[in-house]
Design a protein around this ligand. Structure first.
Ligand code: G3I
Length: 344
């Protein structure tokens, strides 16, 4: 029997995984056995996003989201619902909405209907996701264009009203980076100054195994905790593949397997890479433990390497190895290195 992440870190923070419904159905036997043993928190990877849960004006599809909610309840796992307001995965009917009144009506209905339906059933909501640019300014989304810069405060105000028993979070990637972090801090302060509730901030944590920005992460934990809110790592994974925009691709072209520069490890990841990834995960968890009083949850973006979104992004059809469990749902070197940060 392998150790359990949720047991090992139970006095420190919740341990979550992003799930799709396929992982809770019997056909995915590996995940079915592993998930309740390892995790005590769930973030629906896709099924609560706008395009899926509200495909048309008066057309709500709660069935698959409810399956995940029931599953989590049955296994005593907390659901972090994801996500109410995001510029991506929007339903077709609203993606090109031109008229501001319609966008406003959509915005109010969507938040109110969904947040109130799940109040008391989910633990928390990512109320707003990825609203910031890298320089800390607000992303030019349909919401910014049609509702103006106060839309984020409004989203939290509506969510607070609709879901008084649910924790409310802001979630984004790269907000450990100084400029974007400053934007997030300003945003959170603005919500607080308006007298609106925000309970926490999620740093997504989609990093590369050999360039994890440890210093920025530590500074961010301190800076966000100083705002008096929970700090979470909400979408953790450590890609081992090059990105097309990486300046240095030597690590790839030097490998023997490097026929396809962008998919260097189609069969198995080299031991040296696995070891470096394990070290990066251990460094991260050592840092998380140092700040266990500020950090309330660490969620992996997927359960095992085979189901990670990183096999399909930013290039389709690659073989990536970003998580703690392999394609057979066996714990990897990185899993044991994470366990050791606590047990040693
Ligand atoms: O369900 C359809 C399927 O019917 C269709 O045949 C297929 C064809 O492309 O697409 C399927 O939908 C895909 C969906 O995942 C479900 O698998 C979408 O194309 C695909 O774009 C979508 O990707 C998701 C992505 O968000 C969308 O932007 C990823 O699974 C999901 O991991 C990813 O998650 C995001 C977080 O929500 C926010 N932070 C970043 C993170 C990674 O991008």
């Amino acid at each position: 029997n392998i150790p359990s992440l949720k047991e090992v870190f139970k006095y420190d923070f919740l341990i979550g995984a992003a799930l799709n419904t396929q992982q809770i159905e019997e056909k995915d036997a590996g995940a079915v056995a592993l998930v309740p043993q390892q995790f005590n928190a769930v973030t629906p990877e896709n099924v609560m996003k706008a395009a899926i849960i509200q495909p048309g004006w008066n057309d709500y599809n709660f069935t698959i989201a409810d399956e995940l909610v029931d599953y989590a309840f049955k296994h005593n796992m907390k659901i972090n619902a994801h996500t109410l307001i995001w510029h991506n995965q929007l339903p077709a009917f609203m993606r090109h909405m031109q008229d501001a009144d319609s966008v406003k009506a959509y915005f109010q209905n969507h938040i109110t209907t969904i947040a109130s339906r799940y109040d008391g059933k989910v633990y928390s909501w990512d109320v707003v996701n990825e609203a910031l640019n890298e320089d800390g300014t607000l992303r030019n989304s349909v919401f910014l264009q049609k509702l103006g810069e106060d839309y984020i405060v409004e989203a939290f105000r509506l969510a607070q009203k609709a879901a008084p028993h649910t924790k409310l979070y802001y979630n984004d990637y790269n907000i450990e980076q100084p400029a974007k972090r400053a934007g997030a801090i300003a945003l959170i302060k603005k919500i607080q100054a308006a007298g609106v509730r925000i309970d926490g901030v999620g740093i997504q944590g989609h990093w590369k195994y050999n360039t994890v920005p440890m210093q920025d992460i530590e500074e961010s934990i301190k800076a966000f905790a100083a705002l008096g809110i929970e700090v979470m790592f909400t979408e953790l994974d450590l890609s081992v593949l090059p990105n097309p925009w990486d300046s240095n691709t030597a690590e790839v072209s030097n490998t023997a397997e490097g026929n396809d520069k962008m998919n260097p490890y189609p069969k198995a990841v080299p031991d040296s890479v696995a070891a470096a990834q394990a070290k990066a995960y251990a460094d991260l968890f050592s840092l998380f433990l140092k700040y266990h009083q500020a950090i309330t949850r660490v969620t992996f973006w997927g359960v095992a390497d085979g189901v990670s979104w990183l096999n399909g992004w930013p290039i389709h059809g690659r073989t990536n190895y970003p998580l703690l469990f392999d394609r057979q749902y066996k714990p990897k070197t990185a899993f044991y290195s994470v366990i050791k940060t606590k047990v040693n």
